[in-house]
Design a protein around this ligand. Structure first.
Ligand SMILES: Cc1cc2nc3c(=O)[nH]c(=O)nc-3n(C[C@H](O)[C@H](O)[C@H](O)COP(=O)(O)OP(=O)(O)OC[C@H]3O[C@@H](n4cnc5c(N)ncnc54)[C@H](O)[C@@H]3O)c2cc1C
Length: 218
């Protein structure tokens, strides 16, 4: 509730959510509500009604709409697991896709330790290891790299997230992994261009410097 007070009422960062939500560094690029949603101390309904009040008392804009839109993704993944049950944990996912996957433990460990050939992936994996958190932009990139570039069994990646994330939620985690791995709600077999993503979202390399430099001095 303190976080709602800070993010909505004190800093009014909610008014800029749509522009900042793909950020990587700092406390205020996104709401950071997820750990409290995951452990049940905040509910999506409560946030919804607080946004309604904000729209009346402060401002209604694309950003206030967008936070609700993201919460609907969270609900949607709950619906997906209700609908598909254990299939969300199957290699072929809810689409029963027959891709070929690798499960090499050395490749897996390098990914978890932030020692891949992609500095942007490494920085995100180090943040996850040290803090238990990673931005949504980061999660999409490291998951796509794992499943779609390294062609690793996406369930190993999802299980590692399950172990590490302070906001771990079965529906959102496995639902997003299914989606990114191309065995879930997105039937397109897409893969992120990690270098382009790093150029777009970390143009000055500040995020990468934050996590990669620290590691060098340990
Ligand atoms: C591979 C992968 C794994 C993920 N695992 C989890 C997980 O275990 N737990 C979890 O809560 N989120 C997960 N997410 C979704 C998303 O990354 C986080 O909810 C978000 O980064 C949390 O930060 P925030 O609260 O500041 O988000 P904000 O951007 O402020 O969004 C507000 C809220 O909307 C919901 N939300 C936003 N994006 C998504 C999304 N893509 N899917 C579902 N709900 C969303 C969350 O409840 C979030 O707290 C995952 C995403 C990916 C790509």
């Amino acid at each position: 509730m303190n976080r709602i007070t800070d993010y909505f009422w004190k800093s009014e960062r909610l008014s800029f959510y749509k522009q900042t939500r793909n950020g990587l560094l700092g406390t205020d690029y996104s709401s950071k509500f997820s750990p409290w949603l995951a452990n049940g101390s905040l509910s999506a309904r409560m946030i919804y009604w607080e946004v309604q009040r904000y729209e009346k008392e402060i401002q209604k804009n694309e950003s206030t709409y967008w936070l609700i839109f993201e919460l609907i993704w969270r609900d949607y993944f709950k619906y997906i697991s209700l609908k598909h049950g254990n299939a969300i944990f199957h290699l072929g996912g809810i689409l029963d896709k027959k891709y070929t996957w690798d499960s090499n433990s050395e490749i897996f460990l390098k990914w978890t330790e932030g020692k891949t050939a992609e500095p942007f992936v490494n920085a995100n994996m180090i943040e996850l290891k040290k803090t238990g958190f990673m931005s949504n932009r980061g999660r999409q990139n490291v998951a796509s790299f794992f499943a779609k570039s390294m062609l690793m069994d996406w369930r190993m990646g999802a299980a590692y997230f399950e172990q590490q994330l302070i906001d771990y939620d079965a529906h959102s985690n496995w639902g997003n992994w299914l989606y990114v791995a191309g065995v879930g709600n997105d039937p397109r077999d897409r893969k992120f261009n990690i270098k382009l993503q790093a150029d777009r979202y970390d143009a000055k390399g500040q995020y990468q410097k934050r996590w990669l430099q620290n590691t060098l001095f340990e």
